[in-house]
Design a protein around this ligand. Structure first.
Ligand SMILES: NCc1[nH]cc(CCC(=O)O)c1CC(=O)O
Length: 298
């Protein structure tokens, strides 16, 4: 019998392709009747490397070119780091599956051959452009110096090893999926550093008209609930790209616990607070926590 063919789109970075292949493998295992073909695209976020993301402006810089491919019918599904996807979903391009979350934590990476000195307070150039990471590093190590960095993981590690940075903060899951786990010198717990909404989650986006029943086997329900809670929290806070914001949810049985970090632009203070409820209320939990924290009622 003729196999049904699905064209799978990915960014062309080492990490994006490794992540996409992981999802493709899982789809193949569950659907022997489906043939998959990988297509890669360079995205705006990969091409403009001399500006921080909040300065380039606009949303969805790592997904735009793939969205266009999906809408044009050149691609059937696209695999993305959920963290890189805009909070508002394009109704034509819904997320059809959330792939089982990887390690959600942020980690410290030292230049090749160097050991973690324990404190980061003596460092003068910790590489991260994320306002979320900067704020939480400053909380733990007020004396540490920060330096902005752009580029994909490989580019960032090259800059680190060439001596341009004292250390980097990166996502554990990205390093692991790119086969670079041995570069991790320290894990920050989700309490020390609240992860970004969606960190470690892969989302499979599909055209609205596509029959996506073949994706059921790669959708993890608890990951989907966590994603929904985290993203509704950020969306309710208007998730400006340059304001520090973090959201991390865990599911235990029927219960979902969501922790959020919110930065008040007026008082320049930040809060961390949590809410627990039924996992099926994920979206409302995110909204309730956001309203509570915005009102400063916590
Ligand atoms: N912002 C870039 C980006 N988008 C997704 C990941 C890693 C994978 C993930 O967080 O799910 C990374 C790199 C990083 O933050 O270290």
């Amino acid at each position: 019998m003729e196999k049904r063919k699905i064209i799978v789109g990915s960014r062309d970075s080492v990490l994006a392709v490794a992540q996409t292949k992981l999802v493709m493998e899982a789809i193949r295992r569950a659907n022997p009747g489906i043939e998959l073909e990988l297509v890669t695209r360079k995205t705006t976020g990969d091409m403009i490397l001399d500006k921080t993301l909040d300065k380039i402006g606009g949303k969805g810089l790592f997904v735009k070119e793939l969205d266009q491919g999906l809408l044009a019918g050149e691609i059937d599904i696209a695999v993305h780091s959920l963290k890189d996807m805009p909070m508002e979903e394009n109704p034509e391009l819904p997320i059809a599956a959330f792939f089982m979350r990887g390690d959600p934590r942020d980690v410290l990476v030292m230049p090749a051959g160097q050991k973690d000195p324990g404190t980061l307070d003596g460092m003068d150039a910790i590489g991260t452009s994320s306002a979320r990471r900067q704020l939480q590093i400053r909380d733990m190590y007020p004396e540490a110096g920060l330096k902005s960095i752009r580029g994909n993981i490989i580019t960032r590690l090259d800059k680190l090893d060439r001596g341009e940075y004292s250390a980097l903060v990166l996502a554990a899951s990205g390093l692991m999926r790119a086969g670079l786990e041995d570069r991790i010198s320290r894990y920050f717990s989700p309490e020390e550093m609240v992860p970004a909404a969606g960190q470690g989650i892969l989302a499979v986006q599909a055209r609205r008209d596509l029959d996506v029943s073949f994706l059921e086997a790669v959708n993890d329900r608890n990951t989907a609930f966590a994603a929904e809670a985290e993203r509704s929290f950020v969306a309710a806070l208007d998730g400006g790209c340059s304001s520090p914001i973090a959201a991390y949810a865990t599911v235990d049985g029927e219960k979902l616990k969501l922790t959020g970090l919110y930065f008040n632009e007026d008082t320049k203070e930040h809060l961390v607070d949590s809410i627990t409820g039924d996992r099926t209320e994920a979206k409302q939990l995110g909204q309730v926590l956001a309203v509570r924290m915005k009102g400063g009622l916590s």
